[in-house]
Design a protein around this ligand. Structure first.
Ligand code: G3H
Ligand code: 13P
Ligand code: ZN
Length: 316
């Protein structure tokens, strides 16, 4: 059952975070549903502009609808990740998406408010939720490159003013994370003092944490042992901190990179161990299982595991 992110957040806020996963293909869709049914967790499917271009937006929609028909008990939102204004309108008009993200965080505050306001009006007219972003994450974000040293944490007072003026339903905040595999050096990590200050300025309002992959050392090492050349210093978010962040209002946690690492590890190891192999269905099947296991583990760390029936009762 497709629900809005606002419906999911109403149940989750302050108790647990809902995992939001980027997918690009059939194997990821299968693993995502399997894992969430096993974990009995609600979830958010995120489709980026890149994914919509890679797999074709209609093909992605057909895959998700087909996989849902195999797992009719699943409860999830379909969300556009890092949309521009036109892509938001395309998704709102498609009748498939229950949530969109307008990312105008690179614009001035006033322009970000104005663009978000326009998207909110069109989305809310159709009962669709809107996520917006304020502040700048480090790293690479779609086609916008933000230099690490210019990454700006979200200002709590600005966040409060932004939400009030734009009418968005959730806000992506810059709290120390960045996209990709190389997030932190040394002892850097989440800025809990900033999350607390934003929650104090916006009590009860769902916050979104982008760039939340954990980049497990074990995955990086296995990929490199199987012929990869990832930077061994790659470091992500400590997922044992998801619970603390959730209590402070972080209600949506975005994960893409970790899923890519699972794919890369499974396929590199398979072809290393079977150099004669060329039937991609064998590692493909293994990947679906490995991605589903990964989802079960993440759902437990996010605290969303076991909440499926409670969410069903609330949204029915
Ligand atoms: O925030 C970006 C997501 O990881 C999506 O990545 O644009 O390569 O699909 P992508
Ligand atoms: P990661 O690169 O940490 O997986 O973040 C993904 C993300 O924020 C998608 O919007
Ligand atoms: Zn993101």
């Amino acid at each position: 059952m497709i629900v809005t992110t606002a419906q999911l957040f109403q149940e989750a806020y302050g108790r647990y975070a809902v995992g939001a996963y980027n997918i690009n293909n059939m194997e990821q869709a299968l693993g995502l549903f399997q894992g969430h049914i096993e974990a009995q967790a609600p979830f958010i499917i995120q489709l980026s502009k890149g994914a919509r271009k890679y797999a074709n937006a209609r093909v992605l929609e057909a895959i998700i609808r087909a996989v849902e028909s195999e797992y009719p008990e699943a409860i999830f939102a379909v969300h556009l990740d890092h949309g521009d204004e036109q892509t938001c309108y395309d998704c709102i008009d498609s009748g498939f998406y229950s949530s969109v993200m307008i990312d105008a965080s690179h614009e001035t505050f006033a322009e970000n408010v104005a663009i978000t306001r326009r998207v909110v009006e069109r989305a809310h007219a159709k009962g669709i939720s809107v996520e917006s972003e304020l502040g700048m994450l480090g790293g690479v974000e779609e086609d916008i490159k933000v230099d690490e040293k210019h990454a700006m944490l979200t200002d709590p007072d600005e966040a409060q003013a932004f939400v009030e003026a734009s009418g968005c339903d959730s806000l992506a905040v810059a709290i120390g994370t960045s996209h990709g595999a190389y997030k932190f050096a040394g002892s850097q990590g989440l800025h809990f003092d900033r999350i607390e200050a934003i929650q104090a300025a916006l009590p009860g309002f769902p916050l979104v944490m982008h760039g939340s992959s954990s980049v497990p050392q074990s995955e990086v090492q296995r990929i490199n042992a199987a012929g990869g050349a990832l930077n061994p210093n790659a470091k992500g978010v400590d997922d044992s901190q998801f619970g603390r962040a959730a209590k402070l209002g972080v209600t949506k946690v975005n994960i893409d990179t970790d899923g890519r690492l699972v794919w890369t590890r499974v396929h590199r190891e398979f072809f290393r161990d079977h150099p004669e192999g060329f039937d991609f269905r064998t590692p493909g099947k293994e990947y679906v299982k490995a991605y589903a296991d990964f989802i079960v583990d993440k759902s437990r760390k996010l605290g969303s595991a076991g909440h499926l029936e409670e969410v069903r009762a609330a949204v029915m």
